[in-house]
Write a protein that binds this ligand. Sequence first.
Ligand SMILES: Cc1ncc(C[n+]2csc(CCOP(=O)(O)OP(=O)(O)O)c2C)c(N)n1
Length: 637
Amino acid sequence: MSGLLDQIKDPQDLNKFSYEELKQLAEEIRDFLLISISKTGGHLASNLGVVELTVALHYYLNSPTDKIVWDVGHQSYTHKILTGRKDKMSTIRQKGGLSGYLKREESVHDIIEAGHTSTSISSALGLSLARNKLNKQGKIYSVIGDGALTAGMAFEALNNVGNLNEDIKVILNDNNMSISANVGALSNYLSKVRTDPMISKLKEDIEFIIEKIPKIGGGVAKSVERVKKGLKYAIIQGILFEELGLTYLGPIDGHNIKELVKNFKKADEIKGPVLIHVNTTKGKGYNPAEEKPSKYHGVSPFDISNGQAKSSRKTKTYSQVFGQTALKIREELGNKVVGITAAMASGTGLDIFEKKYPDEFFDVGIAEQHAITLSAGMARGGLKPLVAIYSTFLQRAFDQVIEDVALQKLPVSLFLDRAGLVGDDGETHHGIFDLSYLRLIPNMVLMAPRDENMLQHMIWTSVNYPYPTAVRYPRGEGQGVSLDQDLKEIEIGTAESLTDVGDILILAVGSMVYPSLKAADLLMKMGIKAEVIDARFIKPLDRKMLSKKLIKYDKVITVEDNTLKGGFGSSVLELMGDMNINNTIIKRMGIDDDFVTHGSIQELREIYNLNAEGIAKFTSDFFKGDLEGKLWHPKNA
Ligand SMILES: Cc1ncc(C[n+]2csc(CCOP(=O)(O)OP(=O)(O)O)c2C)c(N)n1
């Protein structure tokens, strides 16, 4: 019974196996995953937790006629292995390799792409409506984690599912964890259901007893039916999903393939929406990950024998500096300072704030929209909310930033971690839109630090400013500069020139400032003197300084790690129009109307010429006139 995994080229190959063999196959997959992820890095704990569930799904279903919709897709590694991508798993999350999420171009079995949570029920419902309307065949199963279920979108979808009564099966993969421990009333409710199998037994018994109440004809029948309904809802009122209109099955041991398949069959005998509640252990089979699923949610390459990461950081990350500065500010200003996160406490560095000041810390679950409006309410009530959020996830709360924060000029401080290119998570995770989507909002001040020292000063500036502010900063280590002891306020809307005056001007923002300075060094060696200005504020721009400089220079380059559509460079062009500055030619470097693939940050910056060499080459071509008449695209430069 050895080498079962090597026999799988397609999900259909599972059909020849017995349950015993499927169990053995799951173990082989788990070993493979562990070895593979220890070399490549990736989402470890979530994937180890769903091996049997994925095997059971592909064994029972006929993919892709039957459709599996994965929420987020970070737990899809076994799905990738079973659908012919095992040999490419060594390339996962690397440039040109497999995506760490689902990708339609990778496989016909990847039905829906995601990356942001809680979309799977909506997608499955849409697929179901399309199937029916177009008379197509196939079962539709979605898989959502208990963490992802905390988001508003999932509830909106459930509300709609119960109403439309579509024939979809929603698997709730409940491991009691989001990235950190899952939080909230729903999570408490699931814990009760999970830990008390009597509840589901009780439900079956009660339904059985109620069904046994004899049917009587005439007017009495109606009353009896009403009583039966009333009884059912009074007694099993905890069965939240049933009340929403889904039949509830579970909880089921998510590591028992036979049990899972039995329940899938049972679910398919029921016409209409069914929620199949499956219990799994995050990190299953690898002790360090089972013990600390949060630490092993996403990992860089590590040593299997002890679980230690192979590379250690020498320099503080921006997130760490944010966390430490938040603590410092809490100490300085007292308990009106509160920290808010939408399920990303450790990722954003706010976990140290949580440890020290649990009463002033709020993890709202994966609920970015709520996080923003909650903070607006807090600010209105006199608190000083520090909202730590990834740039890409703030996209979810665009409307709340406009309507609930900015419109009312409320002093909410937004801290956008993972802004710019984030690397191996790819398209769904790059924070390359925030300069554009925040810049257009009235009353919003938007800044980006060039290094970690500037970050701490900008955090302080933001906290002391009585209106909405956002500070966006990149993923990973800072520049290694020393941190000033005292926090200082930066005057709002002021840029800073970092070099002497030159022959050409480079206007850079945030994490593009240091590469621009390095580019200036390279240019100097080529005989071109470039002045580098750190814009610091994207909004308001330093109109006074920048307009003077724009008049002075014939040629100006703007550099940003954001889309060129409506970003920093666009704001400089607008300024030129507003000030009637006509004699300057301006070229913008950044990301041109593209979803950026996965790869290391260095590789991606290279593609878009957003590293020192790329900026230097572009600047020198521009300076020498080689770009004249060309439609410039960063990738071709
Ligand atoms: C909108 C959004 N916010 C935050 C995240 C970051 N994130 C990725 S996975 C995850 C936890 C998901 O937990 P769960 O759904 O229970 O899945 P598990 O990993 O436990 O299997 C979070 C918060 C995200 N992907 N999308």
